[in-house]
Design a protein around this ligand. Sequence first.
Ligand SMILES: Cc1cc2nc3c(=O)[nH]c(=O)nc-3n(C[C@H](O)[C@H](O)[C@H](O)COP(=O)(O)OP(=O)(O)OC[C@H]3O[C@@H](n4cnc5c(N)ncnc54)[C@H](O)[C@@H]3O)c2cc1C
Length: 386
Amino acid sequence: MSDLNQIPLQDEVLVLGGGVAGCAASIALARKGRHVTLIEREATSRHKVCGEFLSGEALEDLHALGIDVASRGAVPIDYVRLAAARRAAEAPLPFPAASLTRKSLDTALIAEAIAAGVRVELGRSVQALGRTASNVWQATLDDGTTYEAPTVFLATGKHDLRGHMRPKDPQRWVAFKMYFRLESAQAADLERASELMLYPGGYCGIQPVEGGIANLCCVVQRRHLARAGHRWENFLAKMQQDCPHLAMRLAGAEPLLAKPIAITHIPYGYIRRSTEDGLYSIGDQAAVIPSFTGDGISIALHTARCAVAAYLAAEPAPLFQAKLRSTLLGQMRLAEFAADGLNNSFARAVLPFCLRVWPGVMRVTARLTRVAQHAAVAPMQSPAEI
Ligand SMILES: Cc1cc2nc3c(=O)[nH]c(=O)nc-3n(C[C@H](O)[C@H](O)[C@H](O)COP(=O)(O)OP(=O)(O)OC[C@H]3O[C@@H](n4cnc5c(N)ncnc54)[C@H](O)[C@@H]3O)c2cc1C
């Protein structure tokens, strides 16, 4: 370790994690003239496990940040289709939506952060976050370098820092993402649609993304994956067996990654209860909504916006985190309730039939499981809001 590494680098704000929430917060803070350092462990943006659905709220927030998803080839999504066993039903989405690969979105966000004047440190991993004797936050990186700041935004997404762990995931969820080039008739059928398919122990979504390809993103409880011998090939075959609609979509499809990207430990339903002074948790570090809602990116952007507004208004981080929790609680519980329904075998059997009879249910569910963005931000706004 060189002597240079021993000299702590001082900043007004340190943002740990350069995904959706971390970049959004950094951009907003830099535009308000704050000196921000963003530390991201990946040297370049990579594929992430994500359905890559961008809700109307997410699109609005991205637009406000200066991210033009259309110019990056985002695919408009107009309706949602639900399939289980041998039934399928569809309904138009009650808001504009789109899909864009995370690799493209994260690249755009990092570029915007740099353009806004954020000091972006790529390829640097935070190992520990603690306080110095003078009560300033100190982040220690993998090479021993330390960064200090009175305020930290914790935005490491699915990855927990030691000493700041989220609770265990009792259902032991495992998630996979794979890209496919579909046969032309299937690609045409999937155009502008986001499809949700249900099977025992989980669900998957398939939708088109830029470049004429489709994203298949699945979640499954580990005990169900065990029945497929913990092997992707077996699990993929089992999903298609349980859901003929997926088998139809993937007939003749070409997988585009050598193997799927996978993650474990997804504490769905989690909302951070408390924090310490000067430590604002945002994105998946603040709340983890069930994936079928396609609302995680929107929540990441929303929590970043609220945290920046709170910081600029000198609202203490513990107060911010408590307010955020009460704002998100209702939608989170509803989304969890709906997720439990998707996992229930009887509901799985009858749901598409019910939706065919009353397709409005799907629109209502889509609305209710969304975070009420603008209502939610209001109590946290101040004259200094972003
Ligand atoms: C299966 C699945 C499907 C999903 N589908 C959708 C969807 O279709 N639409 C949607 O809106 N949401 C979806 N989500 C949710 C969405 O992906 C997340 O909610 C969102 O990415 C959270 O943003 P974030 O900024 O908190 O985390 P991320 O975007 O994951 O960013 C965290 C960043 O922190 C970095 N990092 C981690 N640890 C360190 C460290 N120690 N040091 C430095 N950097 C670090 C990472 O490299 C990463 O870039 C899905 C989630 C899952 C699990």
